[in-house]
Design a protein around this ligand. Structure first.
Ligand SMILES: Cc1cc2nc3c(=O)[nH]c(=O)nc-3n(C[C@H](O)[C@H](O)[C@H](O)COP(=O)(O)OP(=O)(O)OC[C@H]3O[C@@H](n4cnc5c(N)ncnc54)[C@H](O)[C@@H]3O)c2cc1C
Length: 394
């Protein structure tokens, strides 16, 4: 008899797991709480859909902090090269930007998702939407559905329920109460890749929406090049998101407004006679500091020093005063989730034989840059393949 697999959660991790299970000859049902699949994936598409980063696997794996040794074997099986081949096979031509980031040429997710769901349907997957998993029942997995409570039996199950940000897209983290009742060890969710809250003075208002380009963030790990957008609530953008882990640990961060200039070069430029020029004009002329950088300098340092050397030091290391990370629900991703010690190397829950986990619900984090979707799909592929073998064995 054909073994039956149930995949709960229709994001990239769940759909990738379903693909593996179908390829291994299992019957597959994919159940999703929302009225449609891949809502966060589609939202990622609105921001350009950075699928992966084309870099050597060791560099890629190193972005996952303490989870790197656990994820690397999975990323070796499904890493940047496999991601590009996967997109290509679904008819989405990709290109690699100068930073190594890989995007579909269409810069959106909907054609890719449509083709993916089509291929899964052709492979025989059964799709269930508006099916919210509410826990285990005696005969299987219980769902709240528009038709009332449904119990779905399965030989193996993949949980791919996502992290805990952008709850309106489905990843609300509500599944944690079901798993903790089973004794599964969970790390608390924390915002990763989140914006920074800053109580701006009224002077910053004209600069909302402006970009701070070619800056570097000075963190305990060293200088990180990036950029940021000034928003009403503070600062956002990929450079800021990459600081979340440091901010969570209470690290003090500074901004180098001129990372391409040495301290001496800045001090020398500031030593030129200023004449009648205002300080702002002088900074614009001598250092080519644009309006958002000048505004930030005045905002974050109320009393700018007079001496060229001391002023240069502030420009090269401006203390980033902030009110902490923006609320988790607005974060691009979350840290925390199912702890690795709750899982076998196959990604099966030790407490629940036959139940595997994948995607952002696992306790790992990474910066933006394509690492998130790649790792979600890599763990999905791994869990799917291991679940298929488990089903055949039992
Ligand atoms: C604005 C934004 C932009 C992003 N851009 C990028 C990017 O460019 N590159 C990148 O790599 N990453 C990006 N990400 C992150 C990336 O989208 C996620 O890491 C990825 O979607 C995680 O995949 P997942 O399958 O693990 O979880 P999700 O995509 O969150 O899917 C989980 C699914 O499980 C369903 N679910 C949850 N609970 C239940 C339940 N009880 N019953 C049934 N179903 C349930 C949810 O509805 C959801 O559909 C972005 C995220 C955001 C918010």
């Amino acid at each position: 008899m054909v073994k039956q697999a149930l995949v709960i959660g229709g994001g990239p991790a769940g759909l990738m797991a379903a693909e593996q299970l179908l390829a291994a000859g299992l019957g597959v049902t994919i159940a999703e709480a929302k009225p449609s699949f891949g809502r966060k994936f589609l939202m990622a598409g609105k921001f350009g859909l950075n699928l992966t980063k084309d870099e050597p696997s060791d560099d890629f794996g190193a972005q996952f902090y303490e989870a790197a040794p656990l994820l690397v074997p999975m990323l070796k099986q499904f890493g940047p090269q496999q991601m590009m081949a996967w997109a290509d096979a679904l008819g989405a031509e990709v290109f690699t930007g100068s930073s190594g980031r890989v995007f579909p040429k269409a810069m959106k997710a909907s054609p890719l998702l449509r083709a993916w769901l089509g291929r899964l349907a052709q492979g025989g997957a059964e799709f269930k939407t508006r099916w919210r998993w509410v826990g285990w029942q005696e005969d299987g997995y219980g769902f709240d559905t528009p038709e009332g409570r449904v119990v779905q039996p399965a030989d193996v199950c993949i949980l791919a329920l996502g992290g805990a940000s952008w709850a309106r897209l489905g990843s609300d983290g509500a599944w944690t109460s079901i798993l903790s009742q089973k004794g599964v060890s969970l790390a608390p969710f924390l915002p990763a890749n989140a914006a920074l809250n800053i109580d701006w003075s009224a002077h910053m208002q004209p600069h909302f929406g402006e970009a701070l380009k070619s800056i570097a963030f000075l963190t305990p790990k060293g200088a990180v090049r990036g950029e940021a957008i000034i928003s009403r609530a503070g600062l956002e953008g990929s450079g800021i998101y990459s600081l979340s882990r440091d901010v969570r640990s209470g690290a003090k961060i500074k901004i180098d407004l001129l990372p391409d200039w040495s301290l001496e070069k800045v001090a020398q430029a500031l030593s030129q006679p200023r004449g009648k020029a205002s300080l702002s004009n002088f900074l614009r002329k001598r250092l080519k500091l644009g309006p958002p950088k000048r505004a930030l300098l005045h905002e974050l340092c109320a009393q700018l020093p007079q001496s060229p050397k001391a002023l240069a030091a502030v420009i090269k290391a401006l203390p980033l005063r902030h009110q902490g990370l923006a609320p988790m629900d607005g974060a691009i991703s979350t840290a925390g989730g199912v702890r690795w010690q709750a899982l076998s190397p196959d990604l099966m829950l030790n407490a629940c034989p036959g139940v595997f986990c994948a995607g952002e619900m696992l306790d790992w984090e990474a910066p933006t840059g394509g690492y998130l979707i790649t790792a979600s799909m890599a763990t999905g592929a791994w869990a799917g393949a291991q679940a298929a073998q488990y089903a055949q064995r039992h």
